[in-house]
Design a protein. Structure first.
Length: 434
């Protein structure tokens, strides 16, 4: 960092610190300032002379280092990020610039009045776009830095190598059963099939009463009454998928009505899907509003929000969708519907768990996590439990805050448990079919 840049940051810090906007003074030791004229030729940055993201301030030209108001404005955004690393970027994501409290605060701190002509006001542009036009994803990127994909995948791979033996393995396998949502979501589902699945959820291994029950049964709404009747008084919950599962491509009114109908039929938990088409086209507010409306319809019923991570494309999108769902009121965030691949991969699960951890550290909210799709072996279930333990701690290793969605996983866990207890491997023919 050259002397001119250090001097500009020092002047901005001297202006901001006396305002005492936040408990800690603005930290500038790790702030970097980059002059990148080419970046401000991009459509979504043309209106700005400066832009800040996390610890970095970007400027259109080197001469702007002498613009005390501009540097103070951008450094104020850095200060805001230091104290509200999630809340601040989400506010821009959901509310934009107009009337945003963080934007107004930065303008006041820099000495410019809200609504006055400044570098943050739009330049002369082409005629307005047609009503209803949706900007592509990039212009709406929030100020939450990108996910380091290499580091994420390396940590997930490292944690997957953890080995547990004997009593610890038995405990982990039984915990996996206690957190399992036993699921059947096929067009050929019948009341008889659901009743049989409920029996298995209550007593996974009839020959061993020490094996715990599953956490819940997950079915389509029209089969909820069958499940409720069979599970009455057992402690096993009844979850129903809703909101146009698995595509999510239904009008919002129908989604809300679908949720209300499932609850009226007796569902104790709702698994909703976000509209990935809306998310990928940048309509974050629509996704957020739908989660809010569905949560209002749920009332006290637990809401799990399915992101369908296999369709989101990048870890950045996975993190962003996780934060959107949590901001909308989700009690749980869930990886996928189980209908497409890839689904609950370890890096994706870790990305979502880190977002849950960040929200907890900032707000104190306990958000549950459900890994679903592609988890068919006991070894995979244990790997997911290790991720949760290492990222969120033992407090999350309960059915209230963690679930595994599976249809064929349970028998493999039962076979592994039988081997651990007897020393002899059992074949799948010794267990009832899911």
């Amino acid at each position: 960092m050259d002397d001119a840049t250090r001097a500009a940051l020092r002047r901005a810090k001297e202006r901001l610190d006396p305002l005492e906007l936040y408990p800690r003074p603005v930290a500038t030791a790790h702030v970097r300032v980059w002059v990148v004229p080419w970046l401000f030729r991009l459509p979504w940055l043309r209106r700005f002379d400066g832009y800040s993201a996390h610890w970095t301030i970007l400027l259109r030209s080197e001469a702007l280092l002498d613009d005390a108001d501009l540097v103070a404005h951008e450094l104020c955004h850095v200060w805001q990020m230091q104290h509200h690393p999630l809340r601040m970027p989400l506010s821009y994501l959901l509310r934009g610039y107009d009337g945003n409290p963080y934007e107004l605060e930065a303008r006041r701190a820099a000495g410019s009045k809200p609504g006055s002509v400044s570098y943050t006001d739009p330049m002369a542009q082409a005629p307005a776009l047609p009503a209803g036009f949706e900007l592509p994803l990039e212009p709406r990127l929030p100020r939450i830095g990108s996910v380091d994909a290499v580091a994420l995948e390396e940590r997930a791979a490292s944690l997957a190598k953890r080995s547990i033996k004997k009593d610890a393995k038995v405990f982990a396998l039984e915990l996996a059963i206690r957190t399992t949502d036993l699921t059947t979501l096929e067009g050929a589902d019948t009341p008889g099939k659901v009743a049989a699945l409920c029996s298995k959820a209550i007593r996974p291994d009839p020959s061993d009463p020490a094996i715990p029950s599953c956490a819940a049964i997950c079915v389509y709404p029209n089969l909820v009454p069958t499940a409720r009747e069979r599970l009455e008084g057992t402690g096993v919950k009844v979850a129903a998928v809703a909101t146009g599962f698995p595509s999510g491509q239904y009008p919002t009114k129908l989604k809300v009505a679908d949720v209300r109908n499932a609850i009226e039929l007796g569902a104790e938990e709702i698994d909703m899907v976000i509209d990935r088409g809306a998310f990928l086209s940048g309509r974050y507010a629509k996704v957020y509003d739908e989660v809010v409306q569905v949560k209002e319809a749920c009332g006290d019923v637990h809401l799990k929000v399915i992101l369908e991570t296999g369709e989101l494309g990048t870890y950045d999108n996975v993190r962003r969708a996780t934060l959107l769902a949590i901001a909308g009121g989700a009690d749980f965030v869930k990886t996928s519907t189980g209908k497409i691949n890839p689904a609950a991969t370890l890096p994706v699960a870790l990305c979502m768990l880190e977002a849950v951890r960040d929200v907890y550290e900032e707000t104190g909210r306990h958000i549950g996590f459900k890994a679903a799709g592609g988890i068919r072996q006991a070894k995979q279930a244990v790997q997911h439990l290790v991720l949760v333990h290492e990222t969120l701690g033992a407090d999350w290793l309960t059915p209230d805050l963690y679930r595994l969605g599976a249809s064929s996983l349970l028998n493999d866990i039962l076979m592994q448990l039988r081997k651990e207890k007897t020393g002899v491997y059992q074949g799948p023919d010794y267990f009832t079919l899911d």
